[in-house]
Design a protein around this ligand. Structure first.
Ligand code: NAD
Length: 248
């Protein structure tokens, strides 16, 4: 398990769920991880469980704050001595039945999910090495499949997916890969009963539920690690959908 030995990784959303599981996986495989999140408490918990042989450094930042992103990427490059891989996991969810959709919801979702991802890509691309650099952006299966009451979230994730595909085409001449990973339902604090309150008709979701049940964050982290590793070296500009066959 030394696939990431000597590999410097900048990871956002590392304070919970899929991001935490990714940090644990990468550190276990030898990576030096610069872990960013809005939550200092979350990062402390992650650092406590992400034990060697690699190492983890934590940094509190809001991915939707441009100056904070510039500072975080600069700090990552200085602390790690470079950045080999960027993994954008940070994200938020909002349930937005169309009659209750607000401009604030739309702006918040797009600013964190899409703009935050784009800013980290812009800044990290100043450091990623030609030939081996890689970006993994976590989108969502909802970017390409209908999910009632989640049109605003889905649109923000559609933006992440489209952004990643065009960026892949733009940086392929540098030998840098960009891989969007789209999970289905994953058991994390992002989802739960609060996502579909009882007054909403959730029957549609019964028809698209994976027979494998919700994924554990580690099952997504394994795919992210594959995409970011040299095992994924011919993978770029192609979405990896990890939804347990919800749409077979
Ligand atoms: P989570 O809530 O457990 O973790 C999200 C992390 O992002 C948290 O630690 C949070 O503090 C951080 N974050 C949120 N806003 C931030 C900001 N502005 N700046 C910095 N950090 C911020 O959720 P998760 O399920 O692990 O989600 C991770 C990613 O996976 C998200 O992008 C989410 O949209 C995506 N996703 C999740 C699911 C699912 O079912 N859980 C499905 C598809 C896609």
């Amino acid at each position: 398990m030394d696939r990431f030995e000597g590999v410097d990784v900048l990871l956002t959303g590392a304070g919970s769920g899929i991001g935490r599981a990714t940090a644990v996986r990468l550190v276990a495989e030898g990576a030096a991880v610069f872990a960013v999140d809005l939550s200092g408490d979350g990062l402390r918990e992650t650092a406590a469980v992400a034990t060697g042989p690699g190492r983890i450094v934590t940094h509190v930042a809001d991915v939707s704050d441009e100056s904070a992103v510039v500072e975080a990427v600069g700090a990552a490059a200085a602390e790690l001595g470079g950045i080999d891989a960027l993994i954008n996991v940070a994200g938020i969810h909002r349930t937005t039945p169309i009659d209750r959709l607000t401009v604030a919801d739309m702006q918040q979702l797009f600013t964190v999910n899409a703009v935050g991802t784009a800013l980290f890509c812009r800044e990290a691309l100043r450091h990623l090495p030609d030939g081996t650099g890689v970006i993994v952006n976590v989108a969502s299966s909802s970017a390409a499949h209908g999910n009632p009451y989640m049109s605003a979230y889905s649109a923000s994730k559609g933006a992440v997916l489209a952004f990643s595909l065009s960026l892949a085409a733009e940086v392929v001449h540098r030998g840098i890969r960009v891989v969007p990973v789209s999970p289905g339902t994953v058991a994390t604090p992002l989802v739960g009963p609060h996502v579909l309150p009882p007054e909403l008709d959730a029957s549609y979701y019964g028809r698209i539920r994976s027979l494998l049940g919700a994924a554990e964050p580690e099952q997504i982290a394994g795919v992210i690690a594959f995409a970011a590793s040299r095992d994924g070296s011919y993978l770029t500009g192609a979405e990896i959908r990890v939804d347990g066959g919800s749409h077979i």
